[in-house]
Design a protein. Structure first.
Length: 188
C-alpha cells in the first residue's frame, strides 16, 4: 500500500470534505481573531493528529501569535481506545506563564487526554487557557471538558484523515472519513 488513492479506498464514508473543513476552519479563525483582539495568543497544538488543523487554523487567525507543540501518548495497547494515562513525549519549548493559551486539538473523545493536559498546563500559570478542537465526539465523554471552540460535533465513529490516523496511516488524507470495518478486522 503506497498510494493515497489506495488509502482512500479503505474509507467507507467521507464525513467531512476538504471544502467543509476549509470553510469551518476559516470561521473558527475569524472567531478566535475577534475574541483575542488586542492580545497575542499562544497556540499549543498536540501532535501528531492536530498538525494539519494547527497549520490551517493559525493561518486563518489575523493576529500576532506564537505557537508551541506538545506530543503526548496514551499508555495501553489498543489503537482505537484511549486509556487516560498520558505520557508527555514532547513538552512545551517556552514558558506560558501569563500568556493567553489556546490548546489546538484534533478530536475529543473520552476527554481523558485533554483532562490531563488541562491540569498540566494550568499548573504553568497561563493568563488564560482555552480549548479549540476540530472534532468533538460527545457520546463517549467520561470527563467534562470546557470546550470553547468546536469545529464539528461528530457521531461515535472512528475517523481518520486530516491528521487522524489508524496505525499511523491515513493522516495525509485531505478529508475526514470513516474506515471500512474490514480494515480493523484484518489487523486485530
Ligand atoms: P480521548 O482521551 O479524548 O479519549 O482521546 C483523544 C485522542 O484519542 C485523540 O487525540 C486521538 O489521538 C484519539 N482518538 C479519539 N477518537 C479518535 C478517532 O475517531 N479517530 C482517531 N484516528 N483517533 C481518535
Amino acid at each position: 500500500m503506497t498510494r493515497t488513492t489506495e488509502l482512500t479506498a479503505d474509507v467507507a464514508e467521507i464525513l467531512l470534505s476538504e471544502e467543509q473543513l476549509r470553510t469551518r476552519i476559516a470561521e473558527l479563525g475569524a472567531q478566535v481573531t475577534a475574541d483575542y483582539a488586542g492580545r497575542q495568543p499562544t497556540l499549543v497544538s498536540v501532535l501528531k493528529g492536530s498538525l494539519p488543523f494547527m497549520a490551517d487554523l493559525m493561518r486563518s487567525i489575523e493576529l500576532p501569535l506564537r505557537i508551541d507543540l506538545m506530543e503526548v501518548s496514551s499508555y495501553g495497547g489498543a489503537t482505537t481506545e484511549s486509556s487516560g494515562l498520558v505520557r508527555i513525549l514532547k513538552d512545551l519549548s517556552a514558558s506560558i506563564e501569563d500568556e493567553d493559551v489556546l490548546i489546538v486539538e484534533d478530536i475529543i473523545d473520552t476527554g481523558l487526554t485533554l483532562n490531563y493536559l488541562l491540569r498540566y498546563l494550568r499548573g504553568k500559570k497561563p493568563r488564560s487557557l482555552r480549548i479549540c478542537t476540530l472534532l468533538d465526539k460527545p457520546a463517549r465523554r467520561l470527563v467534562e471538558i470546557p470546550v470553547d471552540y468546536t469545529g464539528f460535533t461528530i457521531p461515535d465513529q472512528f475517523v481518520v484523515g486530516y491528521g487522524l490516523d489508524y496505525g499511523e496511516l491515513y493522516r495525509n488524507l485531505r478529508f475526514v472519513g470513516v474506515l471500512r470495518p474490514e480494515v480493523y478486522a484484518s489487523s486485530e
